[in-house]
Design a binder for this molecule. Structure first.
Ligand SMILES: [Ca+2]
Length: 385
């Protein structure tokens, strides 16, 4: 892969301390020299950590296969059928240097279903995602914390969401230096990720697959373009809609006493992250929405936003001030069961002004708006007779 990693000087080495703190460099690296600086920086970070890239062993591959089988059977009463949709175009690995390059799509349906049901897809770069069909749901709760109220009806357009939290191997495939505290397993989720760096990953992944990046890196907040077809962070509404999966309680699977089956949280995590996908998926087929790492959303956090939220695809308060809090969802390895509730909201500063961002519970997953062509393909997929 010869793509040019960008803005890597924004990442700080793990061993920084107060005496070594420096403000994140912005715009100081040009595209002509960033390739060298980025890779050297990555090597330096890994050397400092004694980090080696582990390889997957056969056991994990077998285990992953069984997880896939289990998840697939959830959505197809007629059994597991694997086949490939005709791609819009083959992936264009290595063409990411050209912004807005011709799109190369991506989806091969592994688990066909009728429109209105989730569909598992695999992207051109081999990342598993779930198509979350459009719908309407009651967002928030009148029985939770004050910022979860009022419960209100929201309509959400269909989108693709990562089946797993973004992992070390996914992050490094984008040639971005890994900021995580725990790097002992390639399938563990990245953490200590600043909000803007999560968005840079989204752009890198878009470029890897030939999509138009959603984020304008020339702006302070990496302003999103929701009309672009590339990867982005989920909105808070998209995250909760996918997590609820048509249910209305505190957890989509039922009572809190089952949370250990679906989540790594403070009662069972051992105070650390765990490889993604080891717990049961939610009813949408998505893993680790509850716990492991809390997940960045696009939205500015506001305690009172639900009182004024639009009914269609809300995207959070507009015109934020500098250094606002952004929304985290789902709780983490250090969260209580209550903080893993589907409606629980957390506001977190983005870390962009903190050289030693040490929130080792902040991770994320990506979503992508489904193009009309992709949606037509998904809707025409029929279950086998
Ligand atoms: Ca999570």
């Amino acid at each position: 892969m010869d793509r040019i990693p960008r803005n890597l000087s924004r990442f700080e080495p793990l061993n920084c301390c107060a005496s070594q703190r420096r403000a994140p460099e912005r715009g100081s690296v040009t595209r002509s020299n960033i390739k060298f600086m980025g890779r050297e920086h990555l090597r330096e970070i890994n050397a400092n950590r004694g980090h080696e890239h582990p390889t997957l062993n056969i056991h994990l591959q077998v285990e992953r296969s069984f997880r896939f089988l289990e998840t697939s059977m959830r959505f197809s009463a007629l059994g597991l059928v694997a086949f490939f949709l005709a791609a819009c175009e083959p992936a264009r690995q290595g063409e990411g240097n050209s912004r807005g390059s011709k799109t190369g799509s991506t989806v091969s349906a592994l688990n066909p279903s009728q429109s209105g049901e989730p569909v598992e897809v695999t992207t051109a770069s081999g990342i598993e995602m779930v198509y979350v069909p459009p719908g309407e749901f009651v967002m928030g709760s009148d029985r939770g914390n004050p910022d979860e109220a009022p419960a209100h009806t929201v309509k959400v357009s269909g989108f693709l969401m990562d089946k797993f939290e973004v992992t070390h191997e996914m992050f490094e495939k984008a040639q971005l230096p890994n900021p995580s505290h725990w790097q002992d397993h390639p399938k563990k989720p990245v953490e200590r990720v600043r909000w803007r760096d999560a968005k840079l990953y989204c752009n890198e992944r878009s470029l890897m697959e030939g999509f138009k990046p959603c984020y304008d890196e020339a702006t302070q907040e990496l302003d999103p373009d929701f009309t672009a077809n590339g990867y982005r962070l989920p909105t808070e509404a998209e995250w909760e809609y996918a997590c609820r999966a048509g249910t209305a309680g505190a957890y989509d699977f039922g009572q809190e006493n089952k949370l250990k089956l679906y989540s790594w949280f403070d009662e069972n995590s051992g105070a650390r992250t765990h490889p993604a996908g080891q717990k049961r998926p939610n009813a949408m087929g998505i893993h680790d929405l509850y716990g492991n790492v809390s997940e960045w959303c696009e939205d500015v956090y506001s305690e009172v936003y639900y009182a004024e939220s639009p009914a269609q695809d809300p995207r959070g308060p507009s015109n934020p001030d500098k250094d606002v809090k952004r929304v985290l969802r789902g709780g983490s390895w250090k969260s209580s069961a209550s903080m893993c509730r589907v409606s629980f909201r957390q506001g977190q500063r983005t870390g962009d002004t903190d050289a030693c961002f040490y929130t080792d519970y902040c991770g994320f997953r990506c979503v992508r708006t489904v193009t009309p062509d992709e949606l037509r393909m998904l809707k025409t997929v029929k279950s086998p007779q």
